[in-house]
Design a protein around this ligand. Structure first.
Ligand SMILES: N[C@@H](CCC(=O)N[C@@H](CS)C(=O)NCC(=O)O)C(=O)O
Length: 231
């Protein structure tokens, strides 16, 4: 079963997938894609993913990008129990909802506020802060309404892998999530219950923390979209 994950060590979507591989105890080769060097912008990488984004999974020649799709695939193909990605239509719909919520709102807003200004010439603004708080408030409300231990039920699911990773980005810049008590409780609980998964995130978080203190020099990069910070 030759599984290969092309991942970036501090990339939240990559870290979410790495947790799934670990949870499912799947042997795999981890290929580090050097973002700063632009490994993902080459024609060779575009053969794996025309979007030129990281991560990409290669399952014996089957290439898949988009971390949500990868998580869904891994859980469907290699899941050992019914909990990680439930079969029941409504239980699965909630997992899918949380994955969509993370992609469209939670990670999107957090990434705009936390990650983009570290790597590129963007600023944290009152608007990016407001959007982050709105996303946290939304998530807190979902936890209140569902009343479960995890984001989509009483068992951890692939949605938690994404949402915890996004929340880790906030911790990396010492963002106070205590105004969102259920989010805080869920996040701290996950760390306690899944220390072997958290350790993957912690490594990534340390890199983000370091870049927050000393932003990386990407002045050599010719990025198609993002403004490059010039020295
Ligand atoms: N929606 C994608 C997003 C992947 C993504 O944007 N990854 C970042 C690294 S964390 C990337 O490859 N960015 C490419 C670039 O900025 O050039 C997913 O969830 O996999």
């Amino acid at each position: 079963m030759p599984l290969t994950l092309y991942a970036v060590s501090d990339g939240p979507p990559s870290l979410a997938v790495r947790q799934a591989l670990k949870y499912l105890e799947l042997e795999h080769t981890l290929v580090n894609v050097d973002f700063g060097r632009g490994d993902h912008m080459t024609d060779e990488y575009a053969q794996k993913n025309p979007q030129k984004e990281i991560p990409v999974l290669d399952d014996d020649g089957f290439f898949l990008s988009e971390s949500n799709a990868i998580l869904q695939y891994l859980a469907e193909k290699y899941g050992k129990d019914e909990f990680l990605y439930p079969q029941d239509p409504q239980a699965r719909a909630i997992v899918n909802h949380r994955l969509c919520f993370n992609l469209s709102t939670y990670y999107r807003n957090i990434s705009e506020h936390v990650i983009a200004p570290i790597f590129f010439d963007y600023q944290r603004t009152p608007l990016s802060l407001k959007k982050t708080n709105i996303a946290l408030d939304n998530f807190n409300m979902y936890l209140v309404r569902l009343g479960t231990k995890y984001a989509a039920g009483d068992h951890v699911t692939i949605a938690d892998f994404q949402l915890v990773t996004s929340t880790m980005c906030l911790e990396a810049i010492n963002f106070d999530i205590s105004p969102y008590p259920l989010v805080k409780n869920w996040y701290e609980n996950y760390k306690k219950e899944y220390p072997h998964l958290w350790s993957i995130l912690e490594e990534g978080m340390k890199e983000i923390e370091e870049f927050e203190r000393n932003p990386p020099d990407l002045s050599h990069m010719d990025h198609p979209i993002h403004p490059i910070r010039r020295k």
